[in-house]
Design a protein around this ligand. Structure first.
Ligand SMILES: [Cu+2]
Length: 659
């Protein structure tokens, strides 16, 4: 009995492994399913068979090579589809970058090429390496000695992408900033000001070292753990918002999510973080496409301090550091509400190993306030509908800053992108303890603000660029701008109250480079010239901006050359599968020469936008003039924008909400 049972177990496990093996490269059920751990392993194994594969290597990315759009829109469940991986890797000693495409079905390398003159994003291992190289340097040791620091273990060396750098420095470069860790927790609050090292990672040496002189290091006390704060206020009694698991309104099937009338897919991309795919709306049984793909395409955070150790600082958090791979496990009840479900993601690490990230995406429903209401004062009848929202959320931590990116779906057919900024402001050590010593609080021309004794937080801006590949009611769309203005006074407008809205269509990519205009209540739309609602209007979606900023770094500055996407709040391009990143694929160590990479290049051929497959790009800027209330850790600031249906429906789509 025992024998036959174990035989059954053995036989069935053999059967199971055969099935699993057969499924190995074809486990994906949809062309946009992210690469599984097995597929990443297969891609890594396959690319290593390539003749030119370097002896010492690092994988910058191993990701799904997304199939052509038509194949995805036309995909029928159960039918076959291509399965490819896209790989960027680096030859460390040779300082060379390669891109490869791997057919996962046949396990063959289908393309392999060296990309010259570029640097992939910072690798995880480089932070450790940089630390070792900096701490071994005699000049660094001397700089620490000058500041009375003899134990290098008390210092944290933070790695930065090189930023704007003198072209005389070559090789693979990074900068090291030093912070005094001491016995505390928040070393970002105790900068060892003035000390910056440039490291050539190819050779493993410090190639440039700056020490602009000793500045006092802020006292211990910049920490924000409960123990560090000490006296805490009384904790509020629990407020319970519960949702039984069986009452959850969304369904997740692999990476497909259905909630209310919304149907979409999501992936956690190593570089872009959450990506929304094939967003469609079930309009009375008819599945209407809206977005093919939406994601954060790039970010840049230029600092506004001209000091020698600050002028180069401008973090491209997506293209230099990876938003997705730097998204860490969320804590239930803290990072997301109690009813959230946490979803896992799999990435490839530097060596091509599997990074199994648990609970990095949260999905949850939340109360959405009043969907709509009218109180009839003549009858006392109240018609109100309560709204619910679906939120998809991930939080990336890039060094000192923490960015939550929330995609919100609503019952009125609109969507919202909400960015929540928190974490620790980048700190600069100064000799002043109080504002009155040097007027730091009221200084007329300050480029930073005293936020604690001996700490200034320099002014900076955060620019986010979202790539929104709309396919409103089909692939071919046009792009318009709406501007409102006063009507000329005259016989037609005797009370001068009239105002009009003028909608203009962009013919080409170069026309569609626009900035916000509050005086014109300017918005941009993407519309389908062939699809109409029941009122005979072309169906469209509107980008409704929230707060925004103009850049303060000069147009001719080196950082603007690298980040030309911040020149405009709005860009539109003709769809091209290779045009995905607003500052190009390789912003790390880029100089932005030859007109710059990314959007300026994508629009250079000035393609037609009329009745074409178009992509909209929205740049959102935040001007951050720091306050002491944002120290030692920032209260969360929210910024974002909305995507509103514009004649996409015939009436308020939330009218059918039950009471
Ligand atoms: Cu900020």
């Amino acid at each position: 009995m025992k024998n036959s049972l174990s035989q059954i177990v053995r036989l069935s496990s053999i059967f199971l492994s055969i099935c699993l093996f057969a499924l190995l490269v074809s486990a994906a059920k949809h062309p946009l399913d992210p690469l599984s751990a097995d597929e990443i392993k297969s891609a890594v194994k396959t690319v290593k068979t390539e003749r030119g594969f370097p002896k010492k290597f690092l994988f910058s990315t191993v990701q799904l090579n997304e199939p052509p759009k038509a194949e995805v829109w036309n995909f029928k469940s159960g039918s076959t589809f291509r399965r490819e991986a896209f790989v960027i890797l680096m030859d460390r000693p040779g300082n060379k970058t390669y891109e490869a495409t791997i057919d996962l079905r046949t396990e063959k390398v289908i393309s392999w090429k060296e990309i010259t003159g570029v640097q992939p994003l910072i690798f995880e291992v480089e932070y450790t390496e940089l630390k070792r190289v900096v701490k071994a340097d005699a000049r660094w040791k001397e700089a620490m000695r000058k500041r009375g620091i003899t134990d290098p273990n008390l210092v944290e060396v933070d790695g930065w992408a090189i930023g704007q750098v003198d072209p005389k420095f070559t090789g693979r470069l990074m900068r090291g900033l030093s912070y005094f860790k001491g016995e505390g927790e928040n070393y970002y609050g105790r900068p060892i000001e003035g000390v910056v090292a440039i490291v050539d990672l190819t050779r493993g040496v410090v190639v440039d070292f700056t020490d602009t002189g000793v500045v006092p290091i802020a006292e211990k006390g910049q920490d924000f753990s409960e123990a560090a704060i000490g006296k805490l206020r009384e904790k509020l009694k629990p407020m319970t918002i519960t949702q039984r698991r069986e009452d959850v309104g969304y369904k997740i099937n692999g990476n497909q999510i259905v909630w209310e009338k919304w149907h979409f897919r999501y992936t956690m991309h190593p570089r872009e973080g959450i990506v929304l795919h094939t967003v469609a709306y079930n309009d009375d049984g008819k599945m209407r496409p809206i977005l093919y793909r939406a994601a954060l395409s790039e970010m840049v955070v230029p600092y506004g301090d001209p000091d020698a150790n600050w002028r180069w600082r401008a973090a491209f958090d997506v293209g230099e550091y990876n938003i997705g791979r730097n998204s860490y496990p969320l804590e239930a009840n803290l990072d997301a509400p109690e009813n959230a479900r946490l979803l896992d993601a799999v990435f490839a690490g530097d060596e091509g190993e599997i990074l199994d990230r648990k609970g990095v995406v949260a999905i949850y429903e939340r109360d959405g306030g009043i969907a709509w209401k009218h109180y009839d004062f003549t009858t006392g009848k109240n018609e109100t509908r309560r709204a619910r929202e679906l939120v998809l959320s991930a939080i990336a931590t890039i060094g000192n800053y923490d960015y939550a990116i929330n995609y919100i779906f609503k019952q009125d057919g609109s969507m919202e992108v909400d960015l929540a900024l928190t974490g620790i402001m980048l700190a600069k050590g100064v000799k002043e303890k109080r504002a009155d010593e040097n007027q730091m609080m009221m200084k007329m021309d300050a480029s930073g603000h005293l936020v604690a004794e001996n700490i200034v937080a320099p002014h900076h801006q955060h620019f986010f660029n979202f790539r929104l590949d709309f396919d409103v009611d089909g692939v071919n769309n046009s792009v318009t701008e709406m501007n409102s203005s006063q009507m000329p006074s005259g016989a037609n407008n005797p009370y001068m109250n009239g105002f009009i809205m003028r909608e203009t269509m962009f013919k080409t990519e170069r026309e569609a480079q626009r900035v916000m205009d509050m005086q014109a209540a300017r918005v941009w739309t993407v519309m389908n010239p062939a699809a109409k609602n029941s009122l005979g209007q072309n169906t469209s979606f509107i980008i409704a901006p929230g707060a925004n900023s103009m850049p303060f770094v000069a147009p001719e500055s080196p950082v603007r050359r690298r980040a030309q996407f911040i020149n405009n709040h709005f860009w539109a391009t003709r769809y091209n599968a290779d045009e995905v990143y607003a500052a190009g694929v390789y912003p790390n160590q880029s100089a932005g020469r030859n007109g710059g990479d990314g959007l300026p290049k994508y629009v250079a051929n000035n393609e037609s936008l009329e009745n074409q497959d178009v992509v909209l790009w929205y740049t959102l800027g935040v001007t951050h003039i720091p306050r002491p209330e944002e120290w030692s850790v920032m209260p969360t600031t929210h910024v974002g924008f909305k995507l509103l249906p514009g004649a996409f429906f015939n009436r308020n789509p939330a009218l059918d909400l039950p009471r």
